[in-house]
Design a protein around this ligand. Sequence first.
Ligand code: GRF
Length: 201
Amino acid sequence: MKKIVILISGRGSNMQAVVEACVNQKWPAQIAAVISNKTDASGLEYAVSKGIQTAVVVSKEFSQREAFDAALQQKIDEFSPDIIVLAGFMRILTPAFVNHYAGRMLNIHPSLLPSFVGLATHRQALDAGVKLHGATVHFVTAELDHGPIVAQTAVPVHNDDTENSLAQRVLEQEHIIYPRAVRQFVEGKISIVGNIVKIND
Ligand code: GRF
């Protein structure tokens, strides 16, 4: 059984999608823990309700990014994870932390990378006038929202879209591609060659 640790900062709908798929599709994996950097992350309640171990490492109690990442790493490694799944984990990560989990940490970003890195991606897409927007699952590297791409999904942008309506359309697709990518990882179907991800499905 592969061990999955999921990191969240908020509502955790992507975490929930991964948990449900893991259980319902009987992956060769278990959710070892859900860890948040905020005590009030509402996703923690869902994890507890499913009997999943939870932990909180409060980021605002640390003045140095390196110190927080070191504490978080220590907590994560207590669960000996094979894969770290960032699911709405709203932190910029230090290179030391990222390198420690090289090749085994995934993120989902709500844009078609390499377009629209950072925050407010739906606003960025509307302002740019793109006709297609979407989401990307990628391995995490030291450069923010870069790293080898595992999966992408595109949605149309409508004339009357707001940030909220666009975010909702993208999120529905996130809940499809993220569990699929994590499953491919735990089933050993993903390899990284240079900056390119190969999937043997
Ligand atoms: C998602 O849109 C994800 O792509 C982004 O932050 C949002 C988190 O939503 N990184 P949730 O906490 O998974 O519901």
